[in-house]
Design a protein around this ligand. Sequence first.
Ligand SMILES: Cc1ncc(C[n+]2csc(CCOP(=O)(O)OP(=O)(O)O)c2C)c(N)n1
Ligand SMILES: [Mg+2]
Length: 349
Amino acid sequence: MPRKKSARPKGSGDAEVAIAEPIEGLPEGLTTGDLVESYTQMILVRTIDERIWALNRQGKVPIAASCQGHEAAQLGSLLAAQKDGRCFLFPYYRDLGLKMAAGLTPTQVMLSFMGKEGEPYSNARQFPMQGADLEHNIIQISNVVGAGLTQAVGYALACRMQDDDTVVLTYFGDGASSQGEAHEAMNFAGVHRVPVIFICENNHYAISVPQHRQMATDDLASRAQGYGFPGFTVDGMDFTRCYEATREAITHARTQGPVLLEMQVERLMPHTTDDDHLRYRTQEELDAAYERDPVSNFGAELIARGIITPEKSDEIKAEALKAINEATDAADAATLPDPSTMWDRVYSE
Ligand SMILES: Cc1ncc(C[n+]2csc(CCOP(=O)(O)OP(=O)(O)O)c2C)c(N)n1
Ligand SMILES: [Mg+2]
């Protein structure tokens, strides 16, 4: 697979993780079967994401944060964690692709966004997609910006104190990286060499606030230096590069302590369904972002490399559409939770 640009090591100088060099062929542990499966998963995620947006416009989904543009970062890093098999995750609200690739079904996703009976996290008592999914190693998903970082560090420290070799991956945005809580989490993790990977999905916006108004640097990964651990910038639109960077970071975290991975992505849609990004982004900027679309580019790359045919790609898209239509119908037909159950699973009994 053609490599675009190297992940650049930043930071403490003791950056033992050699993520940097372009790789001929596939990264270690990755098969062409994995690529096809991940592309299939990406198409499913993209299809459901687009459908959720359409359902919002029909008044059926109250609010959603799209992961369009973040799919390669989410699925590439998750695959490395899954292959390792000893990782726990603290995703954030934009990680729909990650949660689906981890195991959430399209119908569960639709029930969640429509707030219907059977919603997987809380039976529709909270914001869509918020909560723990212990079956898939997801400890907590929070809508509180930056809150997942301290929780992840605490969890990772507890694992280490129990001689458990778990590595924890915590996901957050560029805006979250400027929260006080993020600095506290990284500082503590650096001091105590906690086995945690900080994955920043840097889409260069915190709602409408561009990166240069959130932080006085365009080099987010270099912040790791201040905490005494390595940080890397990764092309977050390149699936294999995200996989490889995370795979190597897992080894580093387990043996030496924290790593910061800044995955540079594009937010292709507005912040949420309540936002209009053309009020603060130009059409030219968005057109350029779409040129970097990780899903269509990944598909084109697989075809160019002869890993799939154009017909196979169409088949994958048709199957995704069928699955999402079925999930939409199932959630549409589901009832709303019975109001008399409102307090169930809220307080312990
Ligand atoms: C503690 C806290 N402050 C403010 C908000 C409101 N808020 C929700 S998302 C968001 C922007 C976060 O941007 P970023 O971290 O870059 O993530 P992105 O949405 O771009 O993926 C803000 C300020 C919140 N949810 N929690
Ligand atoms: Mg952002």
